[in-house]
Design a binder for this molecule. Structure first.
Ligand code: COA
Length: 325
């Protein structure tokens, strides 16, 4: 069996920062409330003329460089976003052009915040069948452009970022056990409207704007804790390992309380968890690759380490992967 392994990783965050003092100046909130209820202190915000594919291209270039590959070595680009520049072309095709990946097929997919782990699972299938050797996964979102900055329940959570990884055929073990799933009964718990002209959905939004994200925070939170814990426990168990064998967990960074409750269900403590939540907030699918990239740079991850990546998001969806670095 051919193994699929992450051979390169890269992250990008824009320079502009909205800190909690700024959030206090635009909505009825406080630094104390935001930190206690979410754990977020700052978020990065894309420039007015900086779009999803611009950030995606930067992260993609970093991942390629980190893998020591040229763009022409890539066979497939898959890109996860919920804030695409266009419905067509796909953002993946724009990135393919921007980096000059002339040999790559390209498509977008939508698993919301579960996008990175879903991408690893997609990439693993193409590699294990022998169809492709090098796949570039890119996760990018300009959530700030879809955020209603009059809605205090959502605007304090989101930020912008992009993360990318190269997954290659390898003799070494890489992406080991995985789990992904969906619960469509919760489909309307987080919504962002496309062509659907739905009065009920529009009325839910504070400013009655059609183009912003709405969510039922508490319902998502309840789902997230169970989904993250169950999926993580499953991938560890199915690998024949225990939590003692796992060096680090890199979770989706939506809310500190979600992470805290989920890790209690896994029976682990925070020293085994890598968090970027405080400085970037929830950046959708890019949370995990951005955090992973930073953890590698900071020496928190070493060759041979077993790492659990776990995410959840709109759909509702979830995904977990146990990877060997
Ligand atoms: N500042 C101050 N008060 C706020 C606030 C803010 N930024 N946002 C909401 N509140 C208020 C609410 O209006 C409510 O007031 P009320 O009691 O007078 O009606 C009160 O705080 C409690 O609201 P509630 O929604 O019960 O708070 P919560 O503890 O569930 O926290 C979220 C809200 C959104 C932070 C939390 O539900 C969450 O993080 N959910 C998961 C969201 C998520 O992960 N989404 C992305 C999925 S990938």
């Amino acid at each position: 069996m051919i193994n699929a392994k992450i051979t390169g990783i890269g992250g990008y965050v824009p320079e502009k920062i909205y800190d909690n003092a700024y959030m206090e100046s635009i909505v009825d909130t406080s630094d104390e409330w935001i930190v206690r209820r979410t754990g977020v202190k700052e978020r990065r915000i894309s420039a007015d003329d900086e779009y999803t594919t611009d950030m995606a291209t930067k992260a993609a270039k970093k991942a390629l460089e980190n893998a020591g590959l040229g763009a022409e070595d890539i066979d497939l680009i898959i890109l996860a976003t919920v804030t695409p520049d266009y419905f067509t072309p796909s953002c993946a095709c724009v990135v393919q052009r921007n980096i000059g990946a002339v040999n790559a097929a390209a498509f977008d997919y939508n698993a919301a915040c579960s996008g990175f782990v879903t991408g690893l699972i997609i990439a693993k299938q193409f590699i294990q069948t022998g169809m492709y050797k090098n796949i570039l996964i890119v996760c990018a979102d300009t959530l700030s452009k879809a955020t209603d900055y009059t809605d205090r329940a959502t605007c304090v959570l989101f930020g912008d970022a992009a993360g990318a990884a190269v997954v290659s055929a390898s003799e070494e073990e890489g992406i080991m056990t995985t789990d992904m799933g969906a619960d469509g009964t919760g489909a309307l718990s987080i919504t962002s409207l496309a062509y659907r002209n739905d009065d009920e959905e529009i009325e839910k939004r504070v400013a009655h704007r059609k183009d912003t994200i709405w969510m039922a925070g508490q319902a998502v939170m309840k789902f997230a804790v169970k989904a993250m814990a169950d999926a993580s426990n499953k991938v560890v168990r199915e690998a024949g390992l225990t939590w003692d064998d796992i060096s680090l967990v890199v979770p989706h960074q939506a809310n500190y309380r979600i992470v805290d409750s989920a890790i209690k269900r896994m029976g682990i403590t925070e020293d085994k968890v890598y968090l970027t939540l405080e400085k970037y907030g929830n950046t959708s699918a890019s949370c995990i690759p951005v955090a992973l990239s930073e953890a590698v740079e900071k020496g928190r991850i070493k060759k041979g380490d077993n790492i659990v990546l776990v995410g959840f998001g709109g759909g509702l969806t979830w995904g977990a992967a146990l990877i060997r670095w």
